[in-house]
Design a protein around this ligand. Structure first.
Ligand SMILES: Cc1cc2nc3c(=O)[nH]c(=O)nc-3n(C[C@H](O)[C@H](O)[C@H](O)COP(=O)(O)O)c2cc1C
Length: 401
């Protein structure tokens, strides 16, 4: 079946597919922009463009993969810990790079959009950066109100530090909107304010599209050296484990602001993850870490996974399944609280490891020594912990009502 992966983020921002390479080291210059689109991505976001010298020079080393074997094998879960700051190129150099990239994209007849990520230290810089990247030919502007490395004490009106103050967010959005005709994308931080409130502040001030959401700030202490690892400071902390958190914020934002296009992001590692975000109402997605680790080739693999999934479920367009999961997410007040299942141990599979006995919060699993344990129906509260914990899949449940 022929598939149409096109997504409309805005009347002036149409993507050939829903996978955007997020702002990061994979989009650090004009060559990367072209390479990213050649790899098949629906769009790319530049590394954040700033005048802030503190954020232009990178600490070394600055990237660390926790559980690298999982990362390399594309097995969940792993974490990515890094303090890659913003772009080392000046905004003026970026104007040239954007122009070069756009002419190369036209020459090569590539599809996909170029989004410029910007971060000003004050309102005047936000205005200046907006004008520069608009002149440079970007297709949209993404506001970095999310970077986990911007400390409030630095008094720079960007990254997560700016996002703590709704008045600052409103002023930034207004200044940017007044100085460009391009669609403006607000990138949300999971830090500080409730992301739904932050999303509303951004949208009320004029943001056209939202990204939900960036990474957390983290800290890894080596217990033997008793110091932070590698570069010695804090870092951004993310990875596929973050996906359920980003997904719930996307769901919450889509429910509260159904008219606003949302780009799902945070922990995307496969085409199936792209589908997950779209199922809760996202229009498109952004991925950074997975492309950094596996290279641009992963873009095509992820899109093939998405296509395989769409084919299997009979969807020919992305809009066919956008928001499909929303109606099946049961609100807390509607959850069923009746006892409807009977749990039992399958003696032929049980290896008597006792994990279920130790874990059961209700003392409902009777220890039978060398024989498989037995679940007491009357004590069992149907919580499901034993079933999901059993390493041998030796517990099953059946409906009794
Ligand atoms: C090494 C690295 C560098 C990043 N640099 C930027 C940046 O310059 N600007 C920005 O807005 N986000 C930056 N990000 C955040 C990503 O764009 C993205 O929002 C975040 O990593 C979550 O997506 P992921 O789970 O797919 O990595 C960076 C992330 C990483 C891992």
């Amino acid at each position: 079946m022929p598939l149409d992966l096109t997504v409309v983020l805005h009347r002036n921002l149409v993507l050939p597919n829903p996978l955007i390479i997020a702002s990061g080291p994979s989009v650090k210059n004009d060559k990367d922009i072209v390479r990213g689109l050649e790899s098949g991505a629906g769009g790319v976001v530049t590394k954040t463009i700033t005048y802030s010298a503190v954020h232009q020079v990178q600490p070394k080393p600055r990237m660390y993969v926790v559980d690298k074997h999982n990362a390399l094998a594309r097995i969940k879960f792993y974490s990515f810990y890094s303090i890659d700051l913003m772009s080392s190129y000046t905004p003026e150099q970026w104007v040239d790079m954007l122009r070069r990239a756009k002419s190369e994209i036209a020459r090569k007849k590539l599809e996909g959009v170029v989004i410029a990520s910007i971060a000003g230290r004050n309102y005047e810089e936000w205005e200046k950066l907006t004008k520069l990247v608009t002149e440079g030919g970007a297709d949209a502007i993404e506001l970095n109100l999310s970077c986990p490395h911007v400390e409030p004490a630095q008094k720079e009106l960007m990254g997560r530090a700016a996002a703590y103050d709704p008045e600052v967010v409103r002023n930034i959005v207004r200044r940017v909107k007044e100085n460009t005709h391009l669609p403006v994308i607000g990138k949300l931080t999971p830090h500080g304010a409730n992301p739904v409130d932050l999303a509303k502040t951004m949208v009320n001030a004029g943001v056209d599209i939202l990204v939900s959401t960036a990474r957390f700030q983290g800290l890894i202490i080596d217990v033997e050296t008793m110091r932070p690892i590698l570069w010695g400071g804090t870092g951004g902390y993310g990875g596929p484990w973050q996906l359920p958190i980003s997904l719930v914020w996307t769901y919450n934002i889509v429910r509260e602001l159904p008219e606003v296009p949302v780009i799902g992001s945070g922990g995307i590692a496969s085409g199936y993850d792209i589908a997950r975000f779209i199922l809760v109402g996202a229009r498109a997605t952004q991925a950074c870490t997975t492309i950094l680790i596996h290279g641009y080739e992963i873009v095509n693999a992820m899109l093939n996974e998405l296509k395989e999934w769409m084919n299997r479920h009979g969807f020919s367009r992305v809009d066919d399944f956008r928001g499909r999961a929303l109606s099946s997410i049961i609100p807390i007040d509607k959850l069923n609280r009746e006892k409807v299942y009977r749990y039992m141990v399958l003696p032929e599979k049980c290896k008597v490891c006792r994990a279920c006995i130790r874990a059961c919060p209700y003392g409902a699993i009777e220890d039978r020594g060398k024989a498989p344990p037995v679940i007491d129906f009357n004590k069992c509260d149907d919580c499901g912990l034993c079933y999901s914990l059993c390493p041998f899949n030796a517990i099953k449940y059946e409906r009794i009502a």
